[in-house]
Write a protein that binds this ligand. Structure first.
Ligand code: AP5
Ligand code: MG
Length: 218
């Protein structure tokens, strides 16, 4: 049966890092709203041009635009086997829209792992993050370095830093999270779907905790 997981956590908590590993381990499709926006910006599509300044500022893209983009992605055949959602939903309206979409697919949200970290580790994580320009693999210069500095281990692509990882913009992203996304934690807890994961451990240990939690629901 298809399972749908929703990873929640502050910017830099490790959602993307874990979503890649988890989707591979469990044969699910990784759906990252942030990666979808960045891909559109890179290709300068209409959507990309529309959202570029918003991402750069650290604010959230309006719900209607975000929901339409994620809906398109979830309706593709590779999401019928289940998906790891990373960065979506981020508002109550998006959570409601997600329930509808998954209902259409004959599924539902099975588990919401909340990757928990203290605010003070985030800036260090984000300021040391390097991302592959071609496959979006994420590295950290100290915690998860590539074999050769500036070059992706997987495809040799160039590693760059995200324009929204400047300390000032990170502050805006954290404020947006507190205002819009944090309420979803209680929403999913009330539904019995939330599981807290200690995101301050080494990457492998976080993965082990996540896999154990997912095994209980599938
Ligand atoms: P998005 O791309 O989703 O960014 P985010 O939520 O701010 O999260 P990040 O990608 O920064 O962090 P992460 O948790 O994935 O951490 P990572 O694994 O990379 O969104 C970007 C923007 O797009 C938003 O600001 C908004 O404008 C827009 N947007 C996206 N979705 C939207 C939505 N639904 N609605 C409206 N707007 C939306 O890890 C970070 C670093 O730490 C890496 O270097 C990594 O190597 C390292 N690391 C990871 N785990 C560990 C560990 N355990 N120990 C040490 N280091 C670690
Ligand atoms: Mg991410």
């Amino acid at each position: 049966m298809a399972i749908y997981l929703v990873l929640i956590g502050l910017p830099g908590a490790g959602k993307g890092t874990q979503a890649v590993i988890l989707s591979k381990e469990r044969g699910l499709t990784h759906v990252s709203s942030g990666d979808l926006f960045r891909d559109n910006i890179k290709r300068q599509t209409e959507l990309g041009k529309q959202v570029e300044a918003i991402l750069k500022s650290g604010a959230l893209v309006p719900d209607d635009v975000t929901i339409a983009m994620v809906r398109d992605r979830l309706m593709q055949p590779d999401c019928q086997k289940g998906a790891v959602l990373d960065g979506f939903p981020r508002t109550p309206a998006q959570a409601e829209a997600l329930n509808k979409m998954l209902g259409e697919l004959g599924g539902r949200v099975n588990l919401v792992p909340y990757v928990k970290v203290r605010d003070d580790v985030l800036v260090e994580r984000l300021s040391g993050r390097w991302t592959c320009q071609t496959c979006q693999t994420v590295y950290h210069e100290k915690f998860n370095p590539p074999k050769v500095a500036g070059v992706c281990d997987k495809d040799g692509g160039e590693l760059t830093q995200r324009p929204d990882d400047k300390a000032e913009t990170v502050k805006t992203r954290i404020a947006e999270y507190m205002k819009n996304t944090a309420p979803l934690i209680e929403h999913y807890r009330t539904q019995g779907l939330l599981v807290e994961i200690n995101g301050e451990q080494e990457i492998e240990k976080v993965t082990a905790e996540l896999l154990a939690a997912v095994a209980k629901v599938s």
